[in-house]
Design a protein. Sequence first.
Lengths: 151, 283
Amino acid sequence: MRQLTEDETKVFFEKLAKYEALMKQAISVGRDQLISLGVCFGKFTKSKKFKLHITALDYLAQYAKYKVWIKPNGENTFLYGNNVLKAHLGRITDDTPEHQGVVIYSMSDIPLGFGVTARSTVETRKLQPTDIVAFHQADIGEYLREQDTLF
Amino acid sequence: MDDSTQKSKYKPVTVEKPIPLQYDLAILAGFDTNALDESRLKNDADTYLEEYTRDGTQLIINQIFKLPVTSSDLGVMAELPDLVTVLPREKPLPKPKPLTRWEKFAKIKGVQHRKKSKMIHDEATGEWVPRWGYKGTNDDGANDWLIPVPDNADPFEDQFTKKREVKKERITKNEARHRRNVEEAEIALNQSKGVNDVNTRSLRRTELQKQIIISKTATASMGKFDKHLEGEPKLKGVKRKFEPIIGDVKKEKESSLNILNKVVGKKGDIVNVRKAIAKRDQK
């Protein structure tokens, strides 16, 4: 990696500007006709709660403080929308408190989704293999399962 | 001889006090403003207080014997005077009621209120009847057996019904005036309390409209399938206003960061105690 030269920077920004122009054009489309503009982070429920969508994962994963890694044999069940069990827990960030939002990764550091811890890191050590470590909130399987309502 | 033994047996009925006592015989009380003898109170408190009390009681009884008496089956009774002691009023004085429109007008014009007797003499029947109200005389001839039709009136019009209706109208009009007086009094009361100058009537109106709106949505379908009344205005909710999607980027960034600081800026525990202990134990 190195600093871009002036010419390269110019080309880069011109490319980006095309997308900004696209955004400007997109806002002239009616709200009912327009499915999505930009990245959908989540939706407000009727009772004014905010629900994060899996589409926000890319941004959450970049800045996540607390992480949970799951073993390859647990990836599938998590991607089907199940909670993370102790048996599938590969690693967990040290000192994760209880009920803390966490991003869930595969062992090869691919973000799979996010959830909320059921126990703190210390307590997870005493758990049975079938006990829940983290509650499921969203996983990348939703891109297939909930195509209609995701955006 | 007899007199001298009496004197030795009983104390004298006359008591000498430098300042005469004040009495309120209605509650059988006397108030002694003389100073107490301090040296006797210290050295010989019991006998002194006993004597002091006896003297006071003697004085009250002397006063009671001066009162006018009446004799009855029960014996001779003294008539107690009225209460002298002024007791403070328990509740504050009632505030003057706000004037009605007529009272204000009468005050300006100097109209005097002359008290009229309630009963008046009805010459037709020769009886005393109330001036107004139940069985009163102000029925405006509605009870007459005959009413002459005025010259320029419609001959087929019922004069009795007309009179009754006119009276009914007067009553409703008076009731409206009464209501107005009550409302105005309420406003005046609010103003005296320092409440903002709120027109009670308009306030009640908006309140009522709010309640109507709420009651309309109080069905299983939130009022969606209800029959609409004719001429009923369409309900308008609060219209939300949004910033344009592409606007001032700088401003948007600033406001977003402000909100973020409010949400995240709260300072939590700076030191992770558990981690610190673990680290210390490692060393």
